[in-house]
Design a protein around this ligand. Structure first.
Ligand SMILES: Cc1cc2nc3c(=O)[nH]c(=O)nc-3n(C[C@H](O)[C@H](O)[C@H](O)COP(=O)(O)OP(=O)(O)OC[C@H]3O[C@@H](n4cnc5c(N)ncnc54)[C@H](O)[C@@H]3O)c2cc1C
Length: 475
């Protein structure tokens, strides 16, 4: 453990070199008010929410990768969904916290000022830009960050978590906090901390996909239906491809700047908690990416197409969920159930993926006006009073979970869980829902789906040919 003096030394070094002082601060101490595991959309939201709840609190994000952004940076998911509701009359459903992220993306040239139209209104971004935008955001909010640091255990005191055990290159140490937020996507904190979790729902999880980023397309007009037709034609000639590349179609995301196209066709069903199973999926996914490339290169204007990158990591859509006080259900979403403790508004489809669905978009289902409520109960551990969760590991059944997981919604559930954890850390017990809602409303969160305003933005139409909708029309 580092001494106080060394901590002071590190801080003064960082001032001299102009480096981010919060990184050195995180190195030097091991006690926090709120610890957040995972630096994806949910973790970023949670850090901001905790800061807004209690401005003086000490907040740490622990992230196993070398940068923030979660799936947005290390799984090649380059489009924020869930900021706007789906359907014919899109409404903004994630409040000011999105402006905080979006304005930083725009300022580093990593996203456009206006949203993109693909399957619905989304915001495409360049992942390198997201990395620096989130470095800046966490520094501006004085959030301590530890990268290359993995949570491998937890210490309990009765019904509370008191510490997480982290693995760093130099070994293991304990980091203590008064409240915790699991934003690991895989429920790692809850699971290792002895809280109640489950893997997927009813023995099933959504299938994962390996992001494939293609370049060399400046002379081409790639469209989802063009690519699908080429894949189907290749399968007709070589029926073995049916097994090797099950998917025929995917959304095409055009990245700002490079103009590269990201898609999620390479897919596999695997156990996200097993390294052996993930290893098999990674190998299979890389092969699939090469096969798609060889098929698509035969298209006009695609002769110079290259595979810029896969992943880097296989994209897990679903893994462990925390068992909460209320599992958000398909019925809650479809009936737009009202909750007294609503802390976020969902705005995305129920989007289930499995290997029986090579043309996945037909399985999108939409709540009546494209919106639904998410209660605080679904973010609160059922058996660990100072543990909250958000994002992908929040509690939803197969259908509802597939709607709440997207990154825009994860930002909002993160902010709510972080605010709750911040208040819980500052008090003696768990946070009261009205207090959490008050913090969120004070900071511009959207919590009422009845008064939403229609989006009056200039919508760029880059993506009009890149969506699955066109593919479906022809199918
Ligand atoms: C192929 C694919 C395509 C998708 N397409 C879209 C899309 O277009 N738009 C959209 O909005 N969403 C999309 N999604 C869903 C979305 O990416 C995720 O649901 C979302 O990123 C969830 O955010 P999160 O912060 O909960 O989790 P993540 O983004 O997964 O972040 C979790 C973070 O926790 C870290 N972590 C995990 N375990 C530990 C540990 N033990 N210790 C320390 N750190 C840990 C991880 O490294 C990771 O950075 C897609 C998902 C996939 C897989």
């Amino acid at each position: 453990m580092l001494s106080r003096d060394l901590g002071a030394d590190l801080r003064s070094q960082s001032e001299n070199y102009g480096g981010p002082s919060n990184t050195h601060h995180a190195e030097a101490q091991n006690t926090y008010d709120v610890i957040i595991v995972g630096g994806g959309a949910a973790g970023i939201g949670a850090a901001v929410g905790a800061r807004q709840a209690v401005p003086a609190s000490r907040i740490l994000i622990i992230e196993s990768e070398g940068f923030l952004g979660g799936a947005g940076t290390h799984r090649g998911v380059n489009s924020f969904c869930g900021i706007y509701s789906v359907g014919p009359d899109p409404k903004r459903v994630v409040g000011k916290i999105w402006d905080d992220v979006h304005s930083r993306l725009v300022s580093v040239g990593a996203a456009a000022a206006d949203p993109d139209q693909i399957v619905a209104l989304v915001q495409n971004f360049d992942p390198e830009g997201l990395k620096v935008a989130l470095d800046d955001l966490t520094a501006d909010y004085s959030i301590d960050v530890l990268l290359h640091c993995t949570v491998v255990g937890g210490v309990r005191e009765g019904t509370k978590l008191s510490a997480v055990i982290v693995q760093e290159r130099r070994g293991r140490r304990n980091l203590f906090a008064r409240a915790f937020v699991d934003c690991s996507g895989d429920g790692d904190l809850a699971y290792h901390g002895g809280a109640s979790t489950r893997y997927g729902n009813h023995g099933r999880v959504n299938m994962g996909s390996l992001s494939t980023r293609f370049g060399g397309l400046s002379g081409a007009t790639p469209t989802s239906s063009l690519w699908r037709d080429a894949i189907l034609a290749a399968k007709k000639v070589n029926p073995q491809l049916e097994q090797r590349i099950p998917r025929n179609v995917g959304v095409l995301i055009k990245l700002p700047g490079s103009g590269d196209i990201c898609t999620y066709m390479a897919s596999a069903q695997y156990d996200a908690t097993s390294s052996a199973s993930i290893t098999a999926a990674e190998r299979q996914g890389r092969k699939q990416a090469q096969i798609y490339l060889s098929i698509l290169r035969t298209l006009p204007g695609h002769e110079n197409m290259t595979l810029v990158a896969t992943g880097p990591n296989f994209g897990t859509r679903e893994s462990r969920h925390i068992n909460s006080r209320h599992m958000l259900s398909e019925k809650d979403v479809l009936e737009q159930k009202e909750f007294g403790d609503t802390v976020a508004i969902g705005g995305w489809y129920m989007e289930w993926h499995d290997s029986s669905q090579p043309d996945w978009p037909i399985h999108f289902r939409t709540p009546p006006d494209g919106t639904f409520n998410i209660p605080l109960q679904s973010l609160q551990s059922i058996d660990t009073v100072n543990l909250y969760c958000a994002g992908r590991c929040a509690d939803g059944d197969g259908a509802a979970g597939s709607a709440i997981r997207v990154m825009g919604t994860a930002l909002a559930t993160g902010q709510a869980a972080g605010a709750a954890a911040g208040l819980s850390a500052a008090g003696e017990g768990e946070a009261a829902a009205p207090d959490v809602r008050a913090v969120l409303l004070k900071h511009g969160a959207i919590l009422d789906r009845t008064g939403l305003s229609t989006v009056c933005l200039k919508i760029r139409d880059d993506g009009k040919n890149l969506s699955h909708r066109e593919a479906l029309n022809g199918h």
